[in-house]
Each structure stands twice: as structure tokens, then as C-alpha cells.
Design a protein around this ligand. Structure first.
Ligand SMILES: O=C(Nc1cc(S(=O)(=O)[N+](=O)[O-])cc([N+](=O)[O-])c1O)Nc1c(F)c(F)c(F)c(F)c1F
Ligand SMILES: [Zn+2]
Length: 249
């Protein structure tokens, strides 16, 4: 249906998902000195200590780790959020080589990869599906990955990328040391591109090794029954027009 290739990639998503040309699409290019300081913005609060990962899977677009979101055991709150948002899953976007791969860019510069932790507003909405079409339904925490030393905990993902089930991974260990962020109103960056996301992009990247990133690239877009093997890489959407939106910090 949709993908990242020539015929089914971001430049043609508008055909089946007209909202692709909407007024709050993501990702965007973040220009730090054009961000406006909002003193009413509190620090974000991340409570992932009781989180329960239920599985890891390749959904044909990325590698996704899903969590039990039946209660408020792992939530993000504060910052631009009026309610606690429940962690539902996290996934990554990456490139085929070091310099590009992230979805958001900073003054035109991309990172090697970007981690998205997808949360939903379970106070106002009964299900993720309902929240996913509401303007304040989702909150996605974006974390840039830059290449450097091995990441102490990322190996728990890269080591099990070929397995389906594993337990007890706390995504808190993927957070950088400082939680300074940019925030703006945007959308899912993959179809259905719902304009329902309050984006919180952390300023500080985490460091991962080229070898660890290489493990992601061994994943395939295609199924084992498909005749052609398409390596999963460059699963990122390019920056979209700001259309008058303000990025706050
Ligand atoms: O749950 C979703 N997670 C998700 C979001 C993004 S995202 O890049 O758009 N994002 O927001 O981080 C990327 C990937 N991924 O695997 O690459 C994801 O798996 N997407 C999603 C969906 F699949 C639907 F069919 C739907 F109706 C809906 F409302 C959704 F929100
Ligand atoms: Zn994403």
C-alpha cells in the first residue's frame, strides 16, 4: 500500500492520504533561533518505571516495540501536555548511511536515526484509535540518534531484532541526560498522517555505534515469502511546510 520507494513513497502519499498536504504535517525542519521561548512550558515528566514491553516486531515500515497500555503504568506528562499520555509503542526511522535518517532536521541537518515514543491521551479518549484522530490525541517523543560509541542499552533491541518476544525493556534507558525540548503541533509521519500529534523533540541526541545502526539495516521491508529482498532503510519522511506554526522551547 504505502512505503518509502519511488512508486509508493512520501512524494505520492497524498494520493491516498490527502491530509499529507494539511496544515500541521510532520516532520519539520527545526530552526533553533526561530523557536520562541515560552516561560509557561514546564519540564516534561517521564514515568516509565513500571512499563511492560509485550513484543517487538517488524511491521514492514519499522521495528516496533509495543507496550501494555491498559493502565497508566508508563506515562509522559508536563511540558506542553494537559494530561498524562500513555506509552503505546516505540519505533525508529533511519537512513542507509550516517548523515541522513532522522525525520526532523535541525537547521537543515539530519541525524543518522530518530526514535519515536508514541503516547496517547487515555484521560480524554477511550482507545488509541479514537485518540489517533483527535488534535490532542497523541504525544510523540522524538529522540535523535547520532553515531559514535556503542549505546549501553540499545544492544537489547539490536541483539533481539531477529527475535519476536522478549521482556523487561525500560525505554527510559534510551533517553539522553537532559530533557530540554522543542514542541510543536504536528502529525503522524507515516500514513494515515493524522494531524493529531503534540510533538516533543529532545534537543540532546543519544549516541549509538555504526555497528548498532547497521543492525537496523539488516531488517527487510519485505516478507520472507516475497521474491525480492528489500533492505529496510531510508524509512523517513522529509520535512514538511511549517505553514505558520510556532515551534516553542
Ligand atoms: O500506531 C501507529 N504507530 C506508528 C506511528 C508512526 S509515525 O512515524 O507516524 N509517528 O508518529 O512516529 C510510525 C510507525 N512505524 O512503525 O513506522 C508506527 O507504527 N501508527 C498508526 C497506524 F499505523 C494506523 F493505522 C493508525 F490508524 C494510526 F492512528 C496510527 F497512529
Ligand atoms: Zn515515527
Amino acid at each position: 500500500r504505502w512505503g518509502y520507494g519511488k512508486e509508493d513513497g512520501p512524494s505520492v502519499w497524498y494520493k491516498n492520504y490527502p491530509v499529507a498536504e494539511g496544515s500541521r504535517q510532520s516532520p519539520i525542519d527545526i530552526v533553533p533561533n526561530e523557536a520562541s521561548r515560552d516561560r509557561s512550558l514546564d519540564p516534561i515528566i517521564i514515568n516509565y518505571d513500571q512499563c511492560t514491553s509485550i513484543n517487538i516486531s517488524n511491521n514492514g515500515h519499522s521495528v516496533v516495540v509495543e507496550f501494555n497500555d491498559s493502565d497508566d503504568r508508563s506515562v509522559i506528562k508536563g511540558g506542553p501536555l494537559d494530561n498524562p499520555y500513555r506509552l503505546k509503542q516505540f519505533h525508529f526511522h533511519w537512513g542507509g548511511k550516517g548523515c541522513e535518517g532522522s525525520e526532523h532536521t535541525v537547521s537543515g541537518t539530519g541525524f543518522a536515526s530518530e526514535l519515536h515514543l508514541v503516547h496517547w491521551n487515555a484521560v480524554k479518549y477511550k482507545t488509541f484509535g479514537e485518540a489517533s484522530t483527535a488534535p490532542d490525541g497523541l504525544a510523540v517523543l522524538g529522540i535523535f540518534l547520532e553515531t559514535g560509541d556503542d549505546h549501553r542499552w540499545l544492544h537489547m533491541i539490536t541483539d533481539v531484532l531477529y527475535m519476536v518476544k522478549y521482556k523487561g525493556f525500560n525505554p527510559k534507558c534510551l533517553l539522553p541526560s537532559r530533557l530540554h525540548y522543542w514542541t510543536y503541533l504536528g502529525s503522524l509521519t507515516t500514513p494515515p498522517l493524522h494531524e493529531s500529534v503534540i510533538w516533543i523533540v529532545l534537543k540532546e541526541p543519544i549516541e549509538v555505534s555504526e555497528k548498532q545502526l547497521g543492525m537496523f539495516r539488516m531488517l527487510l521491508f519485505t516478507g520472507e515469502e516475497d521474491d525480492q529482498r528489500l533492505r529496510m532503510e531510508n524509512n523517513f519522511r522529509p520535512p514538511q511546510p511549517l505553514k505558520g506554526r510556532i515551534v516553542r522551547e
